[in-house]
Design a binder for this molecule. Structure first.
Ligand code: AMP
Length: 396
């Protein structure tokens, strides 16, 4: 059985075709510049590639290009799209309406439209992808939405409410929702298996260009760092993370900035980029720091310190921790960051195995056997999580 996984952005479309017999990726690809021009880069598992420029005025033409790549190009992997059993879509904001992944219906699309207010960059793009898919492949093929927010719906009100006047929660549903839920669930579920204990307390650190940390007790999210939007938490590639909101109103007044300007500054010009002035990419910033750039050094120090503080607060929130998981581009690859974070957690009895911490690119336990807290690198795989959910839902 083959599942087609789609992650639609406003001008891009990422996809994978996964054979669920062995969970192997048959091919993956990316359409870019949708609405502008159109380019597809497609790669089959055996290394064959297909790259082409082709007009993509909308996502529908992008899907047609994908079908060509999958079924007719030199890097084809199937004879016909009829071989695909179902389609799984990454969806961002499902709010309190979606506690789980679900089969896409007109009603589901309607709810996603309602939640677009809170995710204006993501939900409309996801909906474009879904509607184009329905147009291209028809209504017969089941389509499933897997929301970034669903996993975090088990948080209690004391964790998700903001101490703003209550009316804003009632009027606009202003609260913490959390994101990266598909990744936290994927690595958290795996860590729960590895720890092999009931009522396990796990902290998952998804550290990539976007970053978030989640506290998972007995398989359920109890708290997470991202909030109403992915801006909250700790500093990321270009996002501020938590800060005193008065700093924002102060800057706005001094510099005569609009709310839109402030939103752009906090989301796109801050974080590791804003502090270092070098890049939003940790590798570039680390290289600059190593070469003596003090702002780059500060960015690296701030990022690590903020991660340590959130892990510490989640240990307190759960009254303990059995395992800490690192995932995402930084979490999976940056051994120096993992070491710095773990060195601040030795009060828990955590002991890092330095040799294992040097290994990259595979699932591995990097704590010593006598460590009181297990530490893992678990590569995330959101596409596989989406494919598994899709299979589970269509099999019901
Ligand atoms: P992601 O968003 O998960 O793709 O992660 C992107 C981030 O991972 C960027 O900040 C990269 O600099 C970082 N990253 C990728 N490889 C490494 C590495 N070997 N060492 C440190 N950071 C890395």
């Amino acid at each position: 059985m083959k599942i087609f996984v789609v992650n639609a952005g406003s001008s891009s479309l990422k996809y994978q075709l996964i054979d669920m017999e062995n969970e192997q990726v048959l091919c993956k690809g990316l359409c870019e510049r949708i609405g502008v021009s159109g380019v597809i880069s497609h790669k089959a598992a055996d290394g064959r590639t297909y790259n082409a420029e082709t007009a993509m005025p909308t996502h529908s033409e992008a899907f047609e290009a994908v079908v060509y790549a999958l079924t007719k190009s030199d890097a084809k992997v199937i004879d016909s799209f009829d071989e695909v059993t179902a389609i799984g879509h990454r969806a961002v904001q499902g709010g309190s309406d979606f506690t789980d992944s679900c089969l896409i219906t007109d009603e589901v699309i309607g709810k996603m439209v309602e939640w677009s207010d809170l995710a204006p960059l993501h939900n409309p793009a996801n909906i474009l992808g879904i509607e184009a898919c329905i147009k291209t492949f028809g209504k017969e093929i089941p389509q499933v939405a897997v929301f970034d927010t669903s996993f975090h719906q088990t948080m209690e009100p004391k964790a998700y409410m903001y101490a703003l006047p209550y009316e804003y929660y009632e009027k606009y549903k202003i609260r913490k929702y959390g994101f990266h839920g598909t990744s936290h669930r994927f690595v958290g579920t795996r860590a729960t298996e590895l720890v092999g204990k009931k009522d396990s307390k796990i902290i998952t650190c998804h550290l990539g260009n976007g970053c978030s940390i989640t506290a998972i007790k007995d398989g359920k999210c109890v708290d997470t760092t991202m909030g109403l939007t992915p801006l909250d938490g700790f500093m990321m590639g270009t996002r501020t993370g938590t800060l005193d909101p008065s700093a924002v109103t102060f800057i706005g007044e001094k510099e005569n900035l609009s709310l839109k300007d402030l939103d752009r500054i906090m989301n796109k010009e801050s974080g590791v980029l804003g502090i270092s002035g070098v890049s939003n990419d940790n590798r570039d910033v680390q290289a600059a720091a190593d070469a003596g750039n003090e702002r780059a050094q500060l960015a690296i120090e701030m990022q690590r310190y903020q991660i340590i503080k959130f892990i510490g607060s989640y240990i307190a929130a759960m009254n303990g921790v059995d395992a800490i998981v690192f995932t995402g581009g930084i979490g999976e690859n940056d051994g120096a960051l993992r070491k710095a974070v773990c060195e601040s957690l030795t009060f828990t009895g955590l002991k890092l195995d330095d040799a294992k911490n040097g290994i990259r690119g595979e699932e591995i336990k990097i704590s010593t056997d006598d460590s009181a807290v297990e530490v893992y690198i678990i590569p995330t795989n959101e596409e596989l999580a989406i494919a598994r959910d899709t299979l589970a839902i269509i099999s019901k």
